[in-house]
Ligand binder design. Structure first.
Ligand SMILES: *Cc1c(COP(=O)(O)O)cnc(C)c1O
Length: 466
């Protein structure tokens, strides 16, 4: 018996087909070849017969796929504010504007306009960071993981770095503190136990080879019960007592600049307090609680920052002009804390009044009903849309235990499974990403922007219909 897959036409013979050759007039040849290959692969994977709709239609469909960008905006209806898979923080308007301004223009990235000579990109966000945090000096790199590698490379390479066993964490996305340490060329010395580490553990582990005392914020989980950890200030003191041979480093993770305890958000260290603890270096992310672009922010004593700046790795992990423009604009908003809370989307979502969230939920439900679905409309299948109480999450490994009260738009479709509804929402344009709770699809308006309400209602109506 012959394998039907052998009977599939070759890519060349399909390209010679007049109908398919006709497609080549509207697309670059390389793209058509890719689409033809994909259509043949699809047919092979589907059992080896020619596509029912014909080869030309199959190739046309593949051409559309090839032309579709893989990075597209989506609507986050999950209620996870810092959703890492959906790109974490949304930029404030001022930051997006600043980014756009430098994107299509030359910019003073490394040019000192006063002197008319070469300047340093490292000067760009430094002063505002110093002003907002009380640090002596600052450096911005590509992300916090890079900042940590750079810090350990600059300060502890070929030496020992002491870390508590309770802080040898995995942050996610294959980012594990022991691996980072190994890459930076420092040797890891573990002290303490999973639940308890004392200053004395560090003291006993210190040798003439000790170059760094590292503290890592346990971003994505909490250790409770019989626990003890060493404060950043104690590590700073220990470093100084050793005559400065060992630098104290604090990986803060999220980078909270505003106290959010008024909104029930507690337990995440404030950047200002971390700096005030006296450690030589504090590092954190730009796109977590700070609410800016992806960046790694390093704050600390002048010698420590200077050593990082001078390390060859600093060049490999440098921030680009878009990041610096967006970060500078975001930081500028923090000069007026109330303005920052309102204009920085991450902070606005985290502190939004639950009444306003409910209001958006009602608008979505009404919008769906107006499209003719929902309830038990005559001639329609039965759907129910309810507003139910629930919780949103902060995400991004920040405030891991916080449960933010919210109102969820709950969808019940009699003839569709929750899985198929959520999949239809994902297939709408723009895709709407929801979640399933108690077997029902729910949309959390906390992370749905006011100008997305009508679009979401339309997507929900489309998903529930038929
Ligand atoms: C998130 C996190 C990082 C990594 O930050 P990126 O900016 O994503 O590189 C590092 N350390 C801690 C403790 C974190 O929570």
């Amino acid at each position: 018996m012959t394998d039907p897959r052998r009977r599939l036409p070759s890519v060349d013979s399909l390209l010679a087909d007049p109908e398919i050759a006709g497609l080549a007039s509207g697309h670059p040849r390389g793209v058509v070849v890719r689409a033809v290959r994909a259509a043949v692969d699809e047919a092979r994977a589907g059992g080896g017969s020619a596509p029912d709709r014909g080869w030309a239609a199959a190739v046309t469909a593949q051409l559309a796929l090839v032309a579709t960008p893989s990075l597209v905006p989506v609507i986050n209806a999950t209620g996870v504010v810092l959703h890492t898979n959906l790109g974490r923080a949304l930029l404030p308007r001022a930051a997006a504007d600043a980014m756009l301004r430098v994107a299509q223009s030359y910019a003073s990235v490394e040019y000192d306009l006063g002197r008319g000579a070469r300047g340093s990109r490292h000067a760009i966000c430094r002063d505002v960071l110093v002003e907002l945090t009380g640090a002596a000096d600052a450096l911005v790199v590509n992300n916090a993981a890079a900042a940590l590698v750079l810090a350990l490379s600059a300060l502890a390479r070929d030496g020992e770095a002491i870390v508590s066993r309770g802080e040898l964490v995995e942050i996610g996305g294959a980012f594990r503190v022991p691996d980072i340490l190994a890459r930076s060329g420092a040797r890891l010395v573990e002290v303490g136990t999973t639940n308890r580490t004392h200053v004395d553990d560090y003291v006993k582990a210190m040798t003439p080879k000790t170059r760094a005392l590292l503290k890592v914020h346990r971003s994505n989980f909490r250790v409770t019960g019989f626990t003890a950890e060493v404060d950043a200030s104690e590590l700073a003191q220990l470093g100084r007592a050793g005559g400065g041979a060992a630098a104290s480093l604090y990986d803060l993770g999220s980078g909270l600049l505003l106290d959010l305890s008024r909104w029930g958000l507690t337990g995440e260290p404030l950047v200002r307090d971390a700096v005030a603890s006296g450690v030589d270096l504090v590092v954190f992310s730009g796109d977590k609680l700070l609410g800016g672009p992806q960046a790694g922010i390093m704050l600390g004593a002048k010698p420590a920052i200077e050593a990082c700046r001078a390390d060859p790795l600093a060049r490999a992990v440098r921030a680009d002009k878009y990041t610096l423009a967006a970060l500078e604009a975001t930081l500028g908003l923090y000069r007026d804390p109330e303005r920052a809370r309102i204009e920085i989307p991450t902070l606005r979502m985290l502190t939004e009044d639950v009444g306003a969230i409910k209001d958006r939920g009602e608008k979505i439900s009404e919008g769906v009903r107006r499209q003719g679905v929902g309830g038990n409309d005559v001639g329609r299948k039965a759907y129910t849309i309810d507003l139910v109480e629930g919780f949103s999450e902060v995400g991004g490994g920040s405030f891991p235990e916080a449960k933010l009260p919210t109102w969820l738009v709950q969808l019940k479709a009699d003839t569709l499974t929750a899985d198929s509804v959520i999949q239809r929402l994902r297939a709408s344009d723009p895709p709407v990403i929801a979640r399933i709770e108690n077997n029902h699809v729910v949309l959390d308006p906390r992370t749905i922007l006011p100008d997305q309400v009508a679009t979401v209602a339309q997507a929900v109506a489309g998903a529930l219909d038929g």
